[in-house]
Design a binder for this molecule. Sequence first.
Ligand SMILES: CC(C)(COP(=O)(O)OP(=O)(O)OC[C@H]1O[C@@H](n2cnc3c(N)ncnc32)[C@H](O)[C@@H]1OP(=O)(O)O)[C@@H](O)C(=O)NCCC(=O)NCCS
Length: 176
Amino acid sequence: MSAEPSPAPVGESEAIRLRPPTTRDGHTMWTLVRDSGVLEANSCYAYMLLCTHFADTCLVAERDGRGVGFVAAYRPPTHPDAVFVWQVGVSAEARGQGLGKRLLHALLRSPGCRDVHFLEATVGSSNVASQRLFRAVARELGVDCAVQRGFSGADFGPLAHEDEELFRIGPIRRNP
Ligand SMILES: CC(C)(COP(=O)(O)OP(=O)(O)OC[C@H]1O[C@@H](n2cnc3c(N)ncnc32)[C@H](O)[C@@H]1OP(=O)(O)O)[C@@H](O)C(=O)NCCC(=O)NCCS
């Protein structure tokens, strides 16, 4: 009996489709965040705003019509040559198969990031998976990943919160 062929990695799989969000994906993102066990949940309304006002810098990944990942980002008004990744999340069963990287590369290729030269995100000092994700994307793009001071725990006032370091990836070369 011949062995089953191994399944294609999720990052390459046609079964997972990436697309810009619609308003109703606010709830999809909120659910993925709630279930992530890591990400800080904002209100469903906040994700709905991202999915409408910032839809051109957000993506949803779905398999069989079900959300399995997302990236929520925006162009900071103070330095619009960057795209700031507010949150990126992949459902537990789809992790470790390249989907996080696929989401960030697709974001950078999307029309909303046509003239973006840096990808930024703050990453919790204990979030190894996230640190590895951003470093991997920088490595695959062949650009630097500078780690700078982001938000300190003290910036959160009386709330107990770890430091958030700023990861700045770039400069990303764009085809003319
Ligand atoms: C962080 C997260 C989005 C990564 O998504 P993913 O699809 O599992 O990531 P990928 O498979 O694309 O892997 C990207 C890189 O991170 C590494 N990585 C992924 N998960 C890891 C883990 N748990 N520990 C260590 N490294 C990990 C991979 O090895 C890969 O690096 P490499 O190319 O050098 O081998 C996912 O773990 C997640 O949703 N975590 C909870 C939410 C979160 O922390 N989001 C980020 C903060 S906004």
